[in-house]
Design a protein around this ligand. Structure first.
Ligand code: BES
Ligand code: ZN
Ligand code: ZN
Length: 490
């Protein structure tokens, strides 16, 4: 994808050269009007916007030929007060709609520098498509966007948004890649390449090292594949940082279910099961690129879950690095098995906060739909993530961890089972209960558990439906921005 040049200008639309112009439409006393912005109302005032088909409904878009011969896109602003997030969505929708114009000028109503930055961000996030595997490519003509705003943000603030949007798009690239080309070894290689020159240290543990370190979850999930598993660790340690965040990501490059094989329809799309790992990796790299004053360690637990003569069997018992034993009753509940290793390693460092990100359960999609992240955790973890997501506009919803569900994970022969076959009730919460068992404590008598948040992104990680706002089809890169925001907020 070609880079999008972005600028914010406080000149009026008449003084800004473009090949297409975006303006907002509101309805005042049943009459459609150009929203207050730097778009001269005089150019369009003589036009009967309603007769031209413009609508004030949120995200409604109509192209209009202006009396000056220029192309205008009338974007409905809806009834509700505009927020940073709605501006982000509107800008994203407009940019996608105009991607066949070289230079787009956006005159949406902005009141604050944050509003203008939201328009910038929505534009950058929307300017994405994945055509690496298309034999004929139709690249977007769009190369530059000028955002009109009376209040202009600082250049450094714009640069920061560009860095973050790049991290989101890099995450999308990895997730969209087909699983014949993206497997544990290549995942690690892509991360190493992305980490070059950023000042982070990156370690890749191969299967021998994983065995030496007793990372049994990653090993047992990866055993069925001829492509061995990896743990990728990225560490960003700025001098003087007094807060430490650990990030843990589920990196199943393909989830067939293993011997507890998924049916064909349920298997399709499971290349996206490494989204959590891509998310935490690119969030850590963005935090380093922004030189935020927080220490960040990201653990990407990467394996391919396939059935074979060497695959883990239902009823196998594995023993973790921290001594806990798990009877694998369902090889399709593999995410929690690999994350357990990451959580144990993260806990050994006693960070201030652990956040794990995973496409963990189908139940998350049933409970929250495909646009909202499920949030669970202990201590301050939930509140910290809620606040960060509020700031970035990413949809998140806190779910409970009802005590009685823990008993569903009791095993006759080991400390825990990974999932009971059959009963799917509360599936997202049971998954979180399992993970919680591997979050360590600050003290020996286990009273003070490390603050932890678990993000189940099984719904919003991928968009199977039509594009909307700044979200195109396919991988979304959800939660990268929120993780960066967590680091900023500490
Ligand atoms: N990767 C899946 C989660 C998933 C399932 C995402 C369906 C999107 C759609 C995960 O590894 C899985 O298979 N989870 C099981 C858990 C169950 C066995 C407890 C599930 O959700 O069915
Ligand atoms: Zn699975
Ligand atoms: Zn999975």
């Amino acid at each position: 994808m070609t880079k999008l040049n972005i600028a914010v200008s406080n000149k009026s639309v008449a003084l800004t050269k473009g090949s297409a112009y975006v303006f907002g439409v509101t309805s005042i006393k049943d009459k459609l009007q150009v929203a207050d912005s730097l778009v001269e109302t005089s150019t369009l005032a003589a036009q009967d916007l309603k007769a031209l088909g413009a609508k004030s409904t949120f995200e409604a878009m109509v192209r209009i030929m202006g009396p000056d011969g220029a192309v205008y896109l009338a974007v409905g602003l809806g009834e509700e007060e505009l927020t940073d997030e709605s501006l982000r969505q509107l800008a994203g929708a407009a940019v996608r709609q105009l991607n066949d114009f070289e230079k787009v000028v956006i005159g949406l109503p902005t009141v604050t520098a944050e509003n203008a930055l939201a328009v910038v961000e929505g534009s950058l996030l929307s300017h994405y498509d994945y055509s690496a595997y298309k034999s004929t490519k139709k690249p977007a003509r769009l190369t530059s966007v000028t955002v009109l705003s009376r209040v202009t943000p600082k250049p450094t603030e714009i640069a920061e948004i560009e860095t973050i949007a790049q991290a989101v798009n890099a995450t999308r690239d990895l997730v969209n890649m087909p699983p014949n080309d993206l497997y544990p070894q290549t995942f690690a290689a892509f991360m190493q390449k992305a980490a070059r020159g950023t000042g982070v240290t990156i370690e890749v543990w191969d299967e021998k090292r994983l065995a030496a370190e007793k990372c049994i979850g990653i090993l047992s999930v990866g055993k069925g594949s001829v492509r061995p598993p990896r743990l990728v660790k990225i560490e960003y340690k700025p001098r003087g940082a007094n807060k430490h965040i650990a990030l843990v990501g589920k990196g199943i490059t393909f989830d067939s279910g293993g011997l507890t094989l998924k049916p064909g329809t349920g298997m399709l799309g499971m290349k996206y099961d490494m989204t959590g790992a891509a998310t935490v990796g690119h969030a850590a790299l963005a935090i380093a690129a922004l030189k935020l004053n927080v220490r960040v360690t990201a653990y990407m637990c990467v394996a391919e879950n396939l059935p074979s003569g060497s695959a883990t069997r239902p009823n196998d018992i594995i023993k973790y690095r921290n001594g806990k034993t798990v009877e694998v009753t369902n090889t399709d509940a593999e995410g929690r098995l690999v994350l357990a290793d990451g959580l144990i390693l993260a806990s050994e460092q006693k960070p201030d906060l652990i956040v794990d990100v995973a496409t963990l359960t189908g139940a998350a999609r049933v409970a929250l739909g495909v646009r909202t992240t499920g949030l669970m955790g202990v201590g301050t973890g939930v509140a910290t993530l809620e606040k960060a997501a509020e700031a970035t506009g990413e949809a998140i919803w806190a779910m409970p961890l009802p005590k009685e569900l823990r008993a569903l994970l009791n095993s006759d022969t080991a400390d825990l089972i990974n999932s009971k076959l059959g009963d799917p009730s509360g599936g997202m919460l049971v998954g979180a209960h399992f993970l919680k068992e591997f979050v360590g404590f600050h003290d020996r008598d286990k009273k003070n558990q490390i603050d932890w948040a678990h993000l189940d992104i099984a719904g919003p990680a991928n968009n199977d439906g039509a594009p909307y706002g700044y979200t195109g089809k396919g991988a979304t890169g959800v939660m990268v921005r929120t993780l960066v925001q967590v680091a900023k907020s500490l």
